[in-house]
Ligand binder design. Structure first.
Ligand code: 9Z3
Length: 308
């Protein structure tokens, strides 16, 4: 825990930190007054810069499918969603409009008045449905989107959000789906300027990022319902690692997933049981997203947690 405190002392807050913090404070206060449950959904990968004036960085695979889809399902269940996401990763609602197809769903129609831009007939109902849901959520002020890029930005915003959410007690939930780097280069060990290839092959030495889940669960937001994700590539390690994480941090739920199968199956690990959630062939044919099942299950668990 001392390591976490040291990390924050030695790193700088992201740009517009105080503006973002006050947006989060207002959002949480509004939903506290209205007694709406609030969930913090983290989403996307984090970058680890190699230089102060960053030209190069280390990144990971996550594009935020899990987080953005889950945010939509939490909204469907009546939650207010604080969506802490990697800049340019997928976002709720717009994720249904992949940029490469955007121009294909539009057409230009002309009459005497001049050209008009229309949505093609075959895409209208899908788009209408998304836009109606989006506008309803906006009108109710139930979605706040906050961006980050680097690991350091993410952790500062995670801590600030958690501290603010702690005012909600058990009504707050955290759903930590972002793929967060375990390694980084501290500022005092990072060159300020672009690393020169003329110096020869590059050898990197990365340090471990302190385990922030411990500070989050014990200090920042101790009454909330906390769900973390555990990602592995070796199926033999998954449940064991998820159980170890739960034992160590003593939060409510770890959801384990394997990189290759993450869209079709996940495992819920709690103190009392291990449950797999899977899509069957029919679900896949019908376009069911696993996040709909994950979120439905969590909403029920959170409801019970609030009654305890
Ligand atoms: C996850 O495991 C997410 O489900 C994914 C989602 C990142 C796999 P996509 O964005 O992927 O939909 O493509 N998130 C947590 C990953 C993580 O960093 N966990 C750490 C760990 O496994 C910390 S708890 O050790």
């Amino acid at each position: 825990m001392a390591e976490a405190a040291k990390f924050f002392e030695e790193t700088s807050e992201p740009a517009n930190f105080f503006e973002k913090k006050s947006q989060i404070e207002n959002f949480v206060a509004k939903h506290n007054e209205e007694s709406t449950p609030v969930v913090l959904v983290t989403s996307g990968g984090t970058t680890v810069p190699l230089e102060g004036n960053t030209v190069r960085y280390i990144d990971n695979f996550s594009i935020g499918t899990r987080g953005s889809a889950s945010a939509e399902y939490f909204l469907e269940h009546g939650y207010a969603v604080l969506f802490l996401h990697r800049q340019r990763s997928l976002q709720p609602f717009t994720r249904h409009l992949p940029q490469s197809h955007l121009l294909d769903i539009l057409e230009v129609k002309g009459d005497n008045e001049g050209p008009t831009l229309c949505v093609k007939q075959e895409s209208t109902s899908k788009l209408l449905n998304i836009i109606q849901k989006y506008h309803a959520v906006q009108q109710e002020g139930r979605l706040l989107m906050i961006e980050f890029t680097t690991l350091v930005d993410y952790l500062h915003l995670l801590r600030a959000s958690s501290l603010i959410l702690s005012t909600l007690g058990k009504k707050a939930s955290l759903y930590l789906a972002a793929a967060v780097s375990d390694f980084y280069i501290p500022k005092n060990k990072m060159p300020q300027h672009k690393i020169q290839s003329s110096n020869g092959p590059l050898q990197l030495s990365l340090e471990l990022v302190p385990k922030m889940l411990e500070a989050l669960v014990k200090n920042w937001v101790s009454s909330a319902f906390v769900v973390s994700f555990k990602l592995e590539t070796d199926p033999n390690l998954l449940t064991v690692k998820a159980q170890q994480s739960l034992e160590k941090y003593e939060h409510q739920l770890v959801i384990g997933n394997i990189l290759d199968t993450r869209k079709y199956e996940v495992v819920f690990v709690t103190n009392s049981d291990i449950d797999w959630i899977k899509l069957d062939d029919k679900d896949i044919q019908n376009g069911v997203e696993i996040e709909s099942k994950i979120v439905k299950n969590i909403v029920e668990r959170h409801r019970q947690f609030c009654c305890e």
